[in-house]
Design a protein around this ligand. Structure first.
Ligand code: ATP
Length: 302
């Protein structure tokens, strides 16, 4: 019977995702590979990733012709380095990630990976090269093992266990009476935000992509869980080209490069130290977030 319901679950998921306004990148990117907007050129070759050097060159994009969202973005992400994109809500941060995944085609400029324009390669090969850890992971109504194994077709039980270990969710799973066979999702066990994120990390470890997009959760995890997840993510990001869409600046101070996006343009770029010394938008955002943290700590202590 569960076989029969799986397509229905998928449909329900598609509906919820669309309703969320494309918020859940995993659902849009990993789980639904049908989109009408973007098509492969005839005879397009597969992307050949050597090291994962990503470049955005004068990237222009609008969802609706009247309202430009990205107005000529230049960003260079050397292979193996980390880029953090920050900026006010609506600045276009998630849009940059969607364009790298070629969810839409550009209105101008180009995006290259190891020198190849992503618009000229097979989409499947592009998407195989990029892993996404989204803000909010959609789980199938199936076992937790299935939900992790989804990261790679043909994953064995041992692969799944190794990925769970890498994402530091193995002990949690082993503590469940049914272990990896425990049902999760709407009709099963409800996982916390942090646990769901670990499932997404485990999936990504199985996929083992050279390029990683991390869409940082806006919903607050408690600070201990957050610190633990960040440690896990650091390990996953090592050796991979990583683009983090960051909402909390405290989590990205170590990034090789921080780009501050404002109204669809790069307002500032540099390391944390360089941007603080500049005393501009980033420094202002940092000071404001630090003050908010202090207030939260004070409230928590009272
Ligand atoms: P946040 O920090 O709030 O997540 P963001 O910087 O990631 O914001 P984007 O999600 O990239 O911002 O959105 C940039 C702009 O594009 C916003 O004004 C948004 O309303 C608009 N937008 C996003 N997705 C679509 C869409 N599918 N159709 C039309 N407009 C969209």
């Amino acid at each position: 019977l569960s076989q029969l319901f799986r397509p229905l679950d998928m449909l329900g998921m598609v509906y919820r995702t669309v309703r969320q306004g494309l918020l859940d990148m995993a659902a849009m990117f990993d789980l639904i590979d049908t989109d009408a907007e973007v098509v492969d050129l005839p005879g397009a070759p597969a992307l050949a990733v050597a090291r994962g050097h990503v470049r955005f060159e004068d990237v222009r994009f609008a969802y609706d012709a009247e309202r430009p969202i990205l107005k000529g973005i230049d960003i260079d992400v050397p292979a193996g380095s980390t880029l953090a994109i920050v900026g006010p809500s609506g600045a276009g941060k998630s849009t940059i990630a969607r364009l790298l995944y070629r969810f839409y085609d550009l209105n101008g400029g180009r995006i290259t990976i190891d020198g190849q324009d992503i618009a000229g390669v097979q989409q499947a090969s592009l998407r195989a090269a990029i892993g996404i850890v989204p803000q909010d992971t959609v789980l199938f109504n199936d076992t937790i093992g299935y939900n992790i194994g989804y990261g790679r077709a043909g994953a064995t039980d041992e692969d799944i266990r190794a990925a769970a270990r890498g994402a530091a969710i193995d002990r949690f799973i082993e503590s469940l009476p049914k272990g990896y066979a425990a049902e999760v999702g709407e009709r099963g066990l409800k996982l916390s935000g942090g646990e769901k994120q670990r499932v997404a990390i485990a999936r990504t470890l199985l996929k083992d992509p050279p390029i990683l997009i991390l869409d940082e959760a806006t919903s607050a995890l408690d600070s201990r869980t957050e610190a633990e997840i960040l440690d896990t993510l650091d390990a996953v990001a090592a050796r991979r080209t990583t683009i983090t869409i960051a909402h909390r600046l405290s989590t990205i101070a170590d990034a090789d490069q921080i780009v501050v996006l404002d109204a669809g343009a790069v307002a500032e770029r540099g390391t944390h130290a360089e941007l603080m010394a500049r005393a501009g938008l980033y420094a202002e955002m940092w000071t404001r977030q630090a003050a908010e943290h202090d207030t939260e700590d004070t409230l928590a202590a009272e």
